[in-house]
Ligand binder design. Structure first.
Ligand SMILES: Cc1cc2nc3c(=O)[nH]c(=O)nc-3n(C[C@H](O)[C@H](O)[C@H](O)COP(=O)(O)OP(=O)(O)OC[C@H]3O[C@@H](n4cnc5c(N)ncnc54)[C@H](O)[C@@H]3O)c2cc1C
Length: 341
């Protein structure tokens, strides 16, 4: 195998397809997904800009397969911000099922010739003689020259191999769920909304005719794991799910033979609305980097250094933009301390 990718989310799929389309032998190892019952899975929201990235990996169909509702802008603090900055155009974002999106991307990867081990949990990794040895929880050992970590918030390689990690926020938690049997009146008055408060925010992603996904964010230990007041009157399906979304970045995100990408390299809370976009983009960039190394476009050291600079700069730009946006909205959890260590 030229390259093995840990994780079958958007990032892993994008890296694998990019490598396979350039003629590399690529494999994705991903844990068996715990499938959520229909209607209980919180939706995630994507900007229409992801279409360009999906096109680049021949996976345009994944968006249509996963979309459950659309939106043309976001209501925030009493005003409506359209997705398009050109008033003559209307852009449509989508509220998607993350489960269906990843499934569809994995199908595209299989079609591109990627080997998929979809019930494999990577349990260990070791490097010797210029090769990576990956041990699955079953005891099976696989070897490859290049390894991409796209394991998402598990951040498998960075943690296992003690990459240096930097924090850009205090500890933050999101919790999310799905309100059901939502009344028609709710959809008439509430669109896709970011509702700020000094300690965090609530995000509403309506899925007419009867459901609405919600996500809330607050400093860890300060939030009460309850739905937002706007949806308090409705029944909630499935479990409320919480996640650690503290802003954190491994730096560097490369070592000889290894690249971290997507959330496995750096996390910003979902208020940025770019997690999936960044996962696809950095997956493509990681895949291209491996291709450039294998094809001898430049030395490995040079290719890895370019990827590292790109990843770190783009993370820091996104973090700075979100910090600025939170300040404008009076969301104060990042102030006054600078958490960058
Ligand atoms: C509550 C919440 C709401 C969000 N909302 C949005 C949103 O509205 N819009 C948006 O763009 N982003 C959103 N995000 C962020 C988005 O979900 C992530 O940024 C995106 O999924 C990252 O993609 P990825 O491919 O890097 O990782 P993931 O999608 O997490 O995929 C990682 C994969 O790796 C597998 N894996 C992990 N460890 C191992 C292992 N040891 N062995 C094998 N496989 C492994 C996992 O099972 C998974 O399949 C949200 C995040 C949260 C927590």
């Amino acid at each position: 195998m030229d390259v093995i990718i840990i994780g079958g989310g958007p990032c892993g799929a994008a890296a694998a397809i990019t490598a396979a389309n350039a003629g590399m032998q690529a494999a994705v190892i991903t844990k068996k997904a715990t499938l959520m019952a229909p209607g209980t899975e919180p939706l995630e929201s994507v900007h229409p800009g992801i279409s360009t990235l999906l096109k680049a990996i021949n996976a345009e169909g994944a968006l249509a397969h996963a979309a459950r509702a659309t939106y043309t802008g976001i209501y925030t603090a009493g005003s409506f911000m359209p997705l398009s900055t050109n008033p003559a155009e209307t852009w449509e974002g989508s509220h998607i099922s993350p489960q269906a999106f990843s499934e569809s991307l994995m199908a595209c990867a299989a079609k591109a010739g990627v080997t998929i081990i979809d019930n494999g949990k990577v349990a260990g990794v070791a490097q010797h003689g210029g090769l990576n040895s990956i041990t699955l929880s079953t005891g099976v050992v696989l070897q490859c020259r290049h390894l991409v970590d796209a394991s998402g918030r598990a951040r498998f390689l960075g943690r296992k191999l003690n990459f240096r990690e930097y924090y850009y926020s205090p500890p933050l938690t999101t919790w999310s769920g799905v309100a059901e049997n939502v009344s028609p009146g709710f959809f008439e008055t509430m669109g896709t909304s970011l509702i700020p408060n000094p300690a965090g925010w609530s995000w509403l992603a309506p899925e007419p005719p009867t459901r609405c996904t919600w996500t809330r964010l607050a400093a860890t230990k300060q939030g009460r794991l309850e739905p937002p007041t706007e949806l308090a009157a409705f029944k909630h399906s499935g479990k409320i799910r919480s996640a650690n979304v503290r802003w954190r970045l491994f730096n560097p995100v490369v070592r000889e033979g290894l690249l971290l990408a997507g959330d496995a390299g750096g996390i910003i809370d979902p208020g940025a609305g770019q997690g999936i976009l960044n996962a696809l983009y950095s997956g493509i960039m990681a895949g291209k980097t491996v291709v450039n190394i294998v094809q001898g476009v430049s030395t490995e050291r040079h290719c890895l250094s370019d990827y590292n600079n790109w990843f770190i700069n783009s993370y820091e730009q996104r973090a700075a933009r979100l910090r600025e946006r939170y300040e404008e909205l009076g969301i104060l959890f990042l102030s006054p301390i600078n958490y960058h260590q």
